[in-house]
Design a binder for this molecule. Sequence first.
Ligand SMILES: *Cc1c(COP(=O)(O)O)cnc(C)c1O
Length: 358
Amino acid sequence: MSSLPEKIIRPEILGLSAYHVPPAKGMTKLDAMENPYSLPASLREEITRIVADVPINRYPDPFAIELKDTLRTALSIPSGMDILLGNGSDEIIQIILLATTKPGAKLLTVEPGFAMFKMIALFANIEYLGIPLRSDFSLDLDAILATIRHEQPAVIFLAYPNNPSGNLFDAEALEAIIKASPGLVVVDEAYHPFAGKSFLEKLADYPNLLVMRTLSKLGLAGLRLGLVAGRREWLSNLEKLRLPYNIGVITQLVAAKVMQHYDILEQQAGTIKQARARLSTSLAAMTGIEVFPSDANFILFRIGNASQIFESLKQRGILIKNLDNSHPLLKNCLRVTVGTHDENALFCKTLHDLINHN
Ligand SMILES: *Cc1c(COP(=O)(O)O)cnc(C)c1O
């Protein structure tokens, strides 16, 4: 006999295990691509005053006009292009897939890639196609183009740089995909602050392209704000699925204030990029570690007994991400977020000790 929820809830939802977020209290947290730095005291004081005066009894501006203006300027959104805001870019992925799911519609992406593409495809009930990357995590362009011809996907999502591998895909290959696609192509630039390269300027060239950004990796993960930029023909339709007050009043006001000081976040991203280079060199110097090149604020590396190393690090108070067994190409792979100088040094020292005592 099955219980009522088991009869009513969709079987593919019953089959899911809840998204696992490991407890991190008191740990050195290098698992979630967060910016480790806080804002200058003067800016935090300004935020305190803004929050004190927030009319939380009122609904927020449903169109977030001021925030959108600030974002357009700070992120240099090309004129003539619209933007749509989401409660994190995860919500934008959901909006896009809810708008495009219909019988026979398919989503194409690459694996290993961002886990939420597959997860939200399942929520939205759109068929999922995950094309394997090559072993160096580059695009298998022939396989992708063949699948596009054969399956005619309604939507393609590609993260640029990719998560969890950290690399930027070849821009020409990406353009070939956009040109070959019969549907929408969304370039997810969550790690743009650490990469420099962008498809934003290509929006004018390709009518089937959207570019997605988030403030999460930049230093505002707690506010939950993402955006997608593109032509009005797309965004006016996606707007219809956006729930009226999806961006809360505190997020609107605080994000606008911080983005007026975008130079501070850019400077922090610059510091993180320098630390990434040092961390990468330190890891590569350790015996038995293969380090993959990164254009993001994290580093993927391969090490013997990865799962055991991950557990030992955790016991010593350092939380990174274990990707061993998550995909055949990620055998024995771990992902570490670039932290502060001290956090990176502690991580390296602890890892070095673990390797030498095994
Ligand atoms: C972290 C991440 C996101 C999600 O960002 P939010 O705005 O916090 O929802 C989107 N895409 C990729 C590739 C990411 O790694």
